[in-house]
Design a protein around this ligand. Structure first.
Ligand SMILES: [Zn+2]
Ligand SMILES: [Zn+2]
Length: 389
């Protein structure tokens, strides 16, 4: 291992108790997306104390931040932190560990700054991953425009370098018909609930022809006011998920057609309510993964095979569609512990979480060093990114 990497490892070890304390503090104070005032403040304070120039409320998002170490012209590498919690079950997704690992990687690099090659190191605080799309807002505001490569980790029950994420787009349908007495004057009515039911029937038939990794699931959000009134308004909400971006949008178009056909068939008018923050699938980058894996293995972690089912969605997928990015999974819980469970919430403040967080912090800091040290590696990651378009 190079001298600088040895120093990085020592720096993380020296910070270990502080990082665990930070992780536990965030874990004990769970905050929902866009309300992570305490967590974002603690992380920003910590990074400022380590020598980062910290911008709070970046991109007009109060709980986002960008911490920068500018070591002169060279590559710009971003390490991302998440810190939002879930309703009712707190840090059952372990974002406190993501936060501490990212801050720890940044702090370790700050401590060896004098020995680092030229370039910029960013630690980016990205709020509201659990549905709020914080990273989408940061992308739209240009936070990642000058970044060459980005990385973060996510807690899991084993070590896995890459895991696919499904893209997800949410779409609402509001049908408007005409009210009438359902027994006395039904022929005077235009039934908006029929349009909703017809939409579900159309989607059910469509589902038979879709690829096995795609998911379409919906609920009725308004089914009418009373059984003796032909419903004049009815609505539904659908989630459309797929592993490939073009296929996700293709399916989205076909689900729209299901609703349009239902509107046509029933004589209702249709308003489509589009979601502004679709989550995109994770675009793989073997170049970055290879560098991360070499560091991870060197630290003694043993990687498990990729999981092909159990796929979720995250806004880090959106980041991976605009720049080379990775999100390796870190073992912070006993094998078989499902995420978003009370057991995972407990594990996220346990001994495996400390161990995983420290190895993740070292691996990210060492990978950042590799990228700063070898601009050809950055160029290769970008070439791979372009080739996968
Ligand atoms: Zn989650
Ligand atoms: Zn999560």
């Amino acid at each position: 291992m190079s001298t600088v990497k040895t120093l990085i490892g020592q720096a993380v070890d020296n910070l270990a108790d502080d990082l665990e304390e930070l992780s536990h503090r965030i874990h004990a104070n769970p905050e929902l997306g866009y309300q992570e005032v305490k967590a974002a403040g603690w992380l920003a304070d910590f990074l400022a104390a380590q020598g980062f120039a910290v911008e709070r409320g970046v991109a007009g998002v109060e709980t986002a931040f960008r911490a920068t170490i500018d070591n002169g012209p060279g590559p710009t590498i971003a390490i991302m932190c998440e810190y939002d919690a879930l309703p009712a079950i707190g840090h059952a997704c372990g974002h406190n560990v993501i936060a501490a690992a990212g801050a720890g990687a940044g702090a370790a690099l700050a401590r060896v700054r004098a020995t680092l090659p030229r370039g910029r190191i960013l630690v980016v605080g990205t709020p509201a991953e659990e549905g709020g799309g914080g990273k989408v807002r940061l992308i739209q505001a240009g936070v990642f425009e000058s970044v060459d490569a980005a990385m973060m980790v996510h807690g899991w029950d084993r070590w896995i370098g890459h895991q696919d994420l499904l893209g997800i787009v949410r779409v609402g349908f509001e049908f408007t018909g005409k009210a009438a007495h359902a027994a006395a004057d039904p022929w005077e009515g235009v039934n908006a609930l029929d349009a909703v039911i017809q939409t579900f029937n159309n989607v059910s038939m469509l589902r038979q022809q879709i690829r096995p990794d795609a998911r379409i699931h919906g609920i009725v959000t308004n089914g009418g006011a009373a059984a003796n009134i032909i419903p004049e308004a009815a609505s539904a909400l659908f989630y459309v998920r797929a592993a490939k971006l073009d296929y996700m949008w293709e399916l989205h178009g076909r689900v729209l057609a299901c609703a349009e056909g239902a509107a046509q068939a029933t004589g209702c008018s249709l308003k489509v309510v589009k979601n502004e923050n679709p989550y995109e699938p994770m675009k793989r980058n073997e170049t970055l993964l290879g560098a991360f894996r070499a560091n991870l293995t060197g630290l003694g972690a043993v990687e498990s095979p990729e999981v092909r089912d159990r796929l979720g969605s995250s806004d880090v997928g959106n980041v991976s569609q605009v720049i080379p990015a990775i999100q390796p999974l870190v073992k912070i819980a006993p094998d078989g512990t499902p995420i978003h469970s009370r057991a995972f919430e407990a594990a996220a403040a346990g001994p495996l979480a400390r161990e995983g967080m420290l190895i993740a912090a070292k691996s990210m800091a060492m990978t950042t060093f590799d990228l700063l040290d070898d601009p050809a590696l950055v160029a290769k990651a970008k070439q791979e990114f372009e080739a996968r378009r």
